[in-house]
Ligand binder design. Structure first.
Ligand SMILES: Cc1cc2nc3c(=O)[nH]c(=O)nc-3n(C[C@H](O)[C@H](O)[C@H](O)COP(=O)(O)OP(=O)(O)OC[C@H]3O[C@@H](n4cnc5c(N)ncnc54)[C@H](O)[C@@H]3O)c2cc1C
Length: 466
């Protein structure tokens, strides 16, 4: 597929439509929007636009569609799979100026938002009404709700409450040709036609631009407790996870961090948590609910399970500062790893009881190819983030072994009945591995869906499919 460049005529048309304050061609701005948080990848767009309304986006898409100009939708640019990279140049469509919380409906427990609202801002606003939106990616302080929908983002609380898809009731979309549609209705049940709402969730900006979202929201639980459990064996830490659920307890978060992940995060955050020399892994567990007695009883059952797997001294965070410190440490692992070495992060997911096999398999693959891996993630969901570290490996060797190692890791995921991304998406960097979880028949159906929405392949081209 060949695309046209944004020539002067098209530039002037877009500027007239959106207003000169919302259209950018300055080199430093193009540079700012040439990358997201995926490794050190960078692709320059020809133009960055920051429209303020659905009508503006519709008009923009009509111009781009008619002139064969690629458009890459962009939220906050925190993506880890390169979804917002303008790999074919063209226009970056940033929704950052569409950041209004349109309505919080306290009777129906629903909220309507524009896509550029920051996740944390939404959560803080809901809290004022004693309401709660559970999906809480570690990037919640900066990522946008539109980006969360496009990636079907998760986060620690996905364990008890589900991921973004479980909260999206209805979407307003602009299609690649500029048409505007609504995908469903603002209802909790809907058996009317194909479920376009859920098709768009996780579609990584390749099918349509999300311009309005209606979310289901919940009452805010009154209490929560956080505990940190050390283990002297990674395997014991991972094996204990599924037993917690078998005992009938569903924590709202159950996170795994191997020793190195915690050490790197402590170094990065300049925090000093006392950790015994033999400790190899931690589980960070949160329980919530409205009855503190019930929560404490559940905690006792968790203690029993953890002790049966040889846990060390469990830290019970007994004030908000301690809780915040523990969570801030967990949330900083990704950044901390990034500071340490060139790395490649994989977002593996397996049924949770297969987690011990997954992590021991990853370590074996590391030995085979000669790399260190730092693993952490949402253990309760079986979602393990595997960071393959370059460290002092030569660039030649790194380039030679990396794809082979990733392939081995992904094949292992699929053998263990899992898949190759739990929450970060496929985007640009994982597309070459899509034939591991899917056969040709499945991939062809997905490609046909893309071509129905976007027959000219102008919306976020060169993503998801090999
Ligand atoms: C430190 C760190 C921690 C993270 N932790 C988590 C985590 O715990 N859980 C998790 O799920 N993810 C996590 N992520 C990944 C990332 O934050 C999420 O994928 C997030 O949902 C991306 O949102 P964004 O606004 O930054 O989107 P962007 O990165 O800007 O875009 C992501 C994708 O969405 C598309 N898109 C964005 N907005 C729209 C729109 N309005 N319409 C259509 N398509 C759109 C883009 O084209 C792109 O394909 C983390 C990232 C970092 C850097």
């Amino acid at each position: 597929m060949s695309y046209n460049k944004v020539n002067k005529d098209i530039f002037l048309k877009i500027k007239k439509l959106l207003g000169s304050d919302n259209v950018f061609i300055e080199k430093d701005i193009l540079s700012q929007y040439s990358h997201d948080q995926t490794e050190d990848l960078s692709f320059y767009p020809e133009l960055v636009v920051k429209p303020k309304t659905t009508k503006d986006i519709s008009g923009l898409m009509k111009i781009c569609y008619n002139n064969n100009i690629p458009v890459t939708p962009r939220g906050a640019g925190t993506g880890l799979s390169g979804g917002a990279l303008p790999v074919k140049g063209g226009v970056i469509l940033s929704v950052e100026r569409m950041n209004e919380i349109i309505e919080i409906d306290t009777h129906n427990l629903q909220a309507t938002v524009q896509p550029g609202v920051i996740n944390q801002v939404f959560q803080d606003e809901l809290k004022k009404h004693h309401l709660f939106y559970p999906p809480d990616p570690a990037s919640k302080g900066s990522c946008f709700l539109g980006g969360n929908v496009a990636e079907n983002a998760g986060g620690p609380k996905a364990l008890k409450y589900g991921v973004t898809k479980d909260y999206v009731l209805n979407l307003e979309l602009v299609l690649p040709n500029g048409d505007v549609i609504s995908t469903g209705a603002n209802v909790l049940k809907n058996a009317t036609g194909y479920n376009l709402t859920q098709l768009i969730v996780g579609s990584e900006g390749t099918l349509a631009i999300i311009t309005k979202i209606v979310f289901k929201i919940l009452p805010l639980p009154k209490h929560d407790v956080t505990i940190l459990v050390p283990f002297d064996s990674i395997e014991n830490a991972c094996s204990s996870v599924s037993d917690v659920f078998v005992k009938g307890i569903t924590p709202c978060a159950l996170e795994f961090m191997e020793r190195e992940a915690v050490d790197l995060a402590m170094e990065y955050k300049k925090t000093d948590l006392k950790i015994g020399e033999n400790v190899e892994a931690h589980l960070l567990i949160e329980l919530d609910g409205n009855d503190l007695d019930v929560i404490m009883k559940d905690c006792e059952i968790i203690y029993e399970v953890m002790n049966s797997y040889g846990a060390g001294d469990i830290l019970f965070a007994d004030n908000n500062r301690q809780k915040d410190n523990l969570w801030s440490l967990r949330r900083s692992v990704g950044e901390a790893v990034k500071m340490k070495s060139i790395y490649k992060e994989e977002d593996t997911v397996v049924p949770r009881a297969n987690l011990p096999k997954m992590i021991s398999g990853v370590k074996e693959i590391g030995l085979k190819y000669g790399f260190r891996s730092v693993c952490y993630g949402h253990a309760g969901d079986g979602n393990l983030h595997v960071n393959i570290m370059k460290d002092s490996m030569s660039s030649d060797k790194w380039n030679n072994v990396l794809d082979k190692a990733i392939k081995d890791i992904f094949v292992l995921c699929v053998q263990l009945k899992g898949t190759i991304s739990g929450e970060h998406g496929i985007g640009y960097v994982q597309k070459k591995f899509m034939n591991i979880p899917f056969d040709d028949v499945n991939l062809n159906i997905q490609k046909k869906i893309k071509s129905i929405f976007d027959p000219k392949n102008i919306l976020n081209p060169d993503k998801i499919f090999p």
